[in-house]
Design a protein around this ligand. Structure first.
Ligand code: COA
Length: 220
């Protein structure tokens, strides 16, 4: 029996290696604790907003607020799905997909992180592939955007491996330093060439009206 009012709680994307699930309150506590245990070395800031270096317990509390906010502000016009990544029975990271005016634009953006102990083992690529399957096969997306600092080879490596192309750049502040953010873009046509047949989406039908996609022929 699914959740009576918030079917997103039953949304899952499964690959042979891991599960993406819409996080409940226990999951977001686990994600907050994982973030506080370390995502990156102290001398490298991978994010545009430097949330990950806040002291504990501020970091954990602000993480919880971030996830609650995403739930509270979910509308068909502007939504975010901050999937928890479960690998080997353990929460190892976060893969978010978000969009504005999706029924019109058919465009999604994404962001992700893994606990440091889980990096460099192919999990980042696998969870992004699962998110892309959700967006393209599940929601009927036409394009996926991403972005990474020029000096983040792991994030750029995930994008490159999945077929994203560079799409210009921007100079943005990173802490107090002007830094180049590389924009990335994956079209549906390119995704189709790489698409996998071993990724399964569960529980999306019941969520389609939340995405403003009930009855939409492009969505699953
Ligand atoms: C970015 C992140 C999610 C990537 O996940 P990951 O599991 O470490 O990456 P993977 O092991 O799946 O590697 C994916 C690809 O990038 C390459 N790669 C990974 N780390 C790399 C590194 N340090 N240098 C060069 N290439 C690297 C891999 O070789 C692989 O390419 P391939 O499939 O062609 O062999 C993870 O490293 C992370 O959480 N980093 C800190 C937070 C962060 O940077 N978030 C993104 C902000 S834009």
């Amino acid at each position: 029996m699914g959740h009576p009012y918030w079917p997103l709680f039953d949304l899952r994307v499964r690959t042979p290696r891991l599960e993406l699930r819409y996080p409940d309150d226990d999951d977001i506590v686990a994600l907050a604790a994982l973030a506080a245990s370390g995502i990156h070395p102290p001398d490298f800031m991978p994010f545009a907003v430097p949330w990950s270096t806040e002291p504990s317990p501020k970091l954990e509390r602000e993480s919880l607020q971030h996830f609650w906010k995403s739930r509270g502000e979910f509308t068909p016009a502007k939504w975010g799905v901050p999937f928890a990544i479960v690998c080997g029975g353990e929460i190892v990271g976060n893969q978010t997909v978000h969009a504005a005016d999706f029924p019109v634009t058919r465009a999604v953006e994404s962001g992700s992180w893994l606990g440091q102990a889980h990096q460099g083992k192919g999990i980042g690529k696998e969870m992004r592939a699962a998110m892309l399957h959700f967006a393209f096969a599940g929601l009927g997306a036409q394009v996926a955007y991403s972005g990474a600092w020029h000096d983040n080879p792991a994030s750029l490596g995930v994008s490159k491996a999945l077929g994203y192309r560079t799409n210009g750049d921007r100079i943005l502040p990173r802490l107090d330093t002007a830094t180049r953010m590389i924009n990335l873009k994956l079209t549906r046509a390119t995704w189709e060439k790489h698409r996998r047949d071993d990724i399964v989406i569960e529980g999306l039908d019941a969520c389609l009206d939340l995405f403003g996609l009930a009855g939409d022929p492009a969505a699953v």
